[in-house]
Structures are given as structure tokens and as C-alpha cells.
Ligand binder design. Structure first.
Ligand SMILES: [Zn+2]
Length: 435
């Protein structure tokens, strides 16, 4: 099927049409009388290139009670994402070519979004022995990003060797910056609120010390470092300094760190328990500024679904993490566009174009000739977040019941509508698509 999307405004551009022929955006259809063209009346909606997430937990294999590649892919489509990067801390850990190929194939079978596995840096996330990085890079999954996310690669020599190894194929080490010796038993950000509540704190310096070390290592080796979920003002300063010195470092911030502060922990609602923890108002302002001036390159969801029982318990026993795929775009609009820090072209940059560049994907553009990954957004819509209507298996969103701006209307993945007027397509089995 081919598509003519009428009356649409590409972000920042004049109203016009988008044409999709055989899964590819084209300036003009190949024949004037092309048959099998479905007309989509967009009614002035904004078109963005499909969003690209560099930090998604899909939980499969091993924790299918929390999420599967299929349910997470459906959540991605609802959020406007046409590519997600699946973190390696599954069970078994994605530290071999076999596991990353399994995740990649499950993504293809699901068919709602591209699923690119992230490989573990070390075997079993143990921080000791390098995983088979080369075999994962050479596998069918073509892994380019490696991370022990959930854990920090804390040994500087292991980190140096990982950076040296991936340099051969221009890979990226994505670091979860958390010095474990400074965060033992931590339950929330260390500061006034943790002192008042009597909860063990996770100090900002535990993140900043690792980032400072790693930008020096990356500069020394000449390799690419990506800093996951930056959460403190000090981290932004260090990355700004490193970029000014020419270090090949990129960084991400999550939607929740753009909006929420540690004051939320006073509720003792475990939905606000996350790693890195929610920080202070000053940190929120600093990460917004860092995103606005390009110090922080991208927004990544850190979508972290958990089964209900992992969150329906006392604070100290609860798992860390929040879901994020289905709310990310709205949070970026609320925190960056509405306060005037961003235009829609900036949203495209931090949620599509730059993440695609970092991952080495030919995505993040609406130029003719590129794959037809397109999201249609109603920028004027307001919606109340309804957990029951979400596609993710996880219901641990801190935004439940909130009224948020902007709504994803439709998502085209590789030229096929996987979300149409807010409704997920019933794709069925992948073999029906094979052609
Ligand atoms: Zn994560």
C-alpha cells in the first residue's frame, strides 16, 4: 500500500503533502496514476520523523511479566517511536551474539517499531570481563551501542579497554554513571529531603565523579562515550567542559528528570523511585538548560516497566524505574516547548535526528528517499494520562492522571501505519508482512 498524507505541516515547515511509496518517502509518486494509494487527511497535524529512543528496557528475555518485546513495541508505536534500543540487563543478559540476535528477531516479528539491541559491556554485567563486543557488532543485530545500564562499569581499566575495543568499529560505550562505593543502600537523592525523611542518600557526586573520570578516559583513548540519564547540574558542567575540549562525548536526559524533583519522595509513593533518583529544582533547571544549549544531546526515555507487585510495596522494598515511551513527547513539550526553551525543530533534533546519528541509523529525517518513519502529532491537543489505555505491560508511570500537552495521532513505521488516529494497528504475525 502507498500513502498520500494531505494537509500536514512538517515541524517548522509550510503545510503540504507527504507521499509514501513502497515504504519510502518520495517527492512524487513514480507514476501519475499510481494505484493502491490510500489518502490520509491529516487536518493540519504536525509531521515529525519517527522518534528514536536510545534507552528502553523491554525486559525480554526473562522478565516477560514486566514487558515483552511485543508489548514494548506497541507502547513505542503509541509514543511515536519508530526505533528503540533495548537495554542489555535482561535474563539472560544480552552479552552474546545469540541473545542480541534473539531480541532483534523478536522485534522484527512484532513489527511495530525497529528494535536495536544494546549489548552488555561485561559478561553478566559483572564489571570484570569484557563481553564478546566484536561478535555482537558482527551479528545480524549489528550492535553499535554497549552498556551495563542498571550497573556502572566502575573499574577504570575495564572501562578503558571497552572504549579501546569499540573504537575499531566506531561503537559507543553508554555509561550508567554511578560510583557504587558512594551509593550503597541509597534510596533517593542525598539532600535536604533525604535528611528530613531519614532515607539513605544517593549523592550527586557519585554520578559526577564517574562522568569526570570517563570523559578523561574517552579523551585519552579517542573513543565515543555516551552518558546515560544525566541528572545533576554538576554533570552538565562536566560534559560542557569535555565537549569544549573536543572529547567525543554525547549525553541524554530522561523526560522525568526534566520535570520531577525529589520533593515527590515525600509522598512515599514508589512510583517516584528511580535510578538515578529525582534531584532538586536547581538540577532540573540545569538539565533543561543543558538540553537547550546542546550540552545534553538527546532525550531518552529509560522506559523501565515493572510488574505491579514490584511497586505496590513500601518505598525501601520497591524496584527502581518508571515507564516512559507513551508520555515522553508530551513531557518534552511541557518542559521545553511550553516554557519557550524549544521550538518543534528542537524536539525533532533531540528525539529523532541526534539519537539516530549517535546510533548510526539512517533515520531522523523526512527527506525524500528515506524510509517512511513518520509520526503525526496534534500539538494543540491536551490529554489526561490514562494508565488503563496504555500498551505497556508496566503501569508504573508517575504521570498517571496528569493532563499533558500534545498527542501522538498516527505512527508510520517503514511506510505502514502501526498507529492510526490513536488506535494501534492489529499487525498480526510478521510472516503476513514478509514480501
Ligand atoms: Zn536504564
Amino acid at each position: 500500500m502507498n500513502y498520500l498524507i494531505r494537509d500536514v505541516s512538517p515541524a517548522g515547515g509550510p503545510r503540504g503533502e507527504l507521499k509514501i511509496e513502497d515504504g519510502v518517502l518520495v517527492a512524487e509518486f513514480s507514476q501519475p496514476g499510481l494505484r493502491d494509494v490510500e489518502v490520509v487527511e491529516a487536518g493540519g497535524l504536525t509531521a515529525l520523523p519517527g522518534l528514536v529512543d536510545l534507552h528502553t528496557h523491554l525486559r525480554e528475555p526473562g522478565r516477560e511479566d514486566a514487558e515483552t518485546v511485543l508489548s514494548g513495541s506497541r507502547a513505542a508505536a503509541r509514543g511515536g517511536f519508530t526505533a528503540v534500543h533495548a537495554m542489555a540487563n535482561t535474563a539472560p543478559v544480552a552479552d552474546t551474539a545469540g541473545v542480541v540476535e534473539q531480541v532483534w528477531r523478536l522485534g522484527q516479528e512484532a513489527g511495530y517499531t525497529a528494535v536495536h539491541p544494546i549489548g552488555a559491556v561485561t559478561v553478566g554485567l559483572d564489571g570484570v570481563q569484557l563481553a564478546e563486543l566484536g561478535a555482537m557488532a558482527d551479528s545480524a543485530a549489528g550492535v553499535r551501542i554497549f552498556s551495563d545500564d542498571g550497573k556502572c562499569v566502575h573499574d577504570p581499566l575495564v572501562m578503558r579497554r571497552a572504549l579501546e575495543y569499540v573504537k575499531a568499529f566506531d561503537g559507543v560505550i553508554a555509561q550508567h554513571a554511578q560510583e557504587p562505593r558512594l551509593t550503597g543502600g541509597a534510596q533517593m537523592h542525598e539532600g535536604d529531603v533525604s535528611a528530613a525523611l531519614g532515607l539513605p542518600g544517593w549523592p550527586a557526586v557519585a554520578e559526577e565523579a564517574i562522568i569526570a573520570r570517563d570523559v578523561l578516559l574517552a579523551g585519552h583513548v579517542g573513543s565515543r562515550l555516551h552518558v546515560c540519564h544525566v541528572s545533576t547540574a554538576g554533570s552538565v558542567d562536566i560534559i560542557r567542559w569535555a565537549k569544549a575540549r573536543g572529547v567525543r562525548v554525547t549525553a541524554e536526559v530522561t523526560p522525568h528528570h526534566l520535570l520531577l524533583t525529589d520533593e515527590k519522595v515525600r509522598t512515599f509513593d514508589p512510583v517516584f523511585k528511580v535510578n538515578p533518583p529525582l534531584r532538586t529544582d536547581a538540577d532540573v533547571h540545569a538539565v533543561r538548560e543543558g538540553l537547550a544549549d546542546g550540552t545534553i544531546d538527546i532525550v531518552a526515555t529509560d522506559h523501565a516497566p515493572h510488574p505491579t507487585e514490584a511497586k505496590s510495596c513500601e518505598w525501601s522494598a520497591a524496584a527502581m524505574g518508571m515507564t516512559g515511551l507513551e508520555t515522553a513527547l508530551s513531557i518534552v513539550v511541557a518542559t521545553m516547548v511550553e516554557p519557550g526553551l524549544f521550538g518543534w525543530d528542537d524536539v525533532v533534533r533531540v528525539m529523532s535526528t541526534r539519537p539516530a546519528e549517535i546510533a548510526g541509523l539512517p533515520a531522523g529525517t523526512l527527506e525524500p528517499g528515506s524510509a517512511a518513519d513518520v509520526v503525526l502529532v496534534d500539538p494543540a491537543a491536551r490529554r489526561t494520562v490514562d494508565v488503563a489505555a496504555m500498551a505497556s505491560t508496566g503501569s508504573n508511570t508517575p504521570f498517571a492522571g496528569m493532563e499533558l500537552p500534545a498527542a501522538v495521532h498516527s505512527t508510520f513505521f517503514a511506510g505502514r501505519p502501526v498507529l492510526a488516529a490513536g488506535e494501534l494497528a492489529d499487525i498480526g504475525k510478521a510472516h503476513e508482512w514478509a514480501n
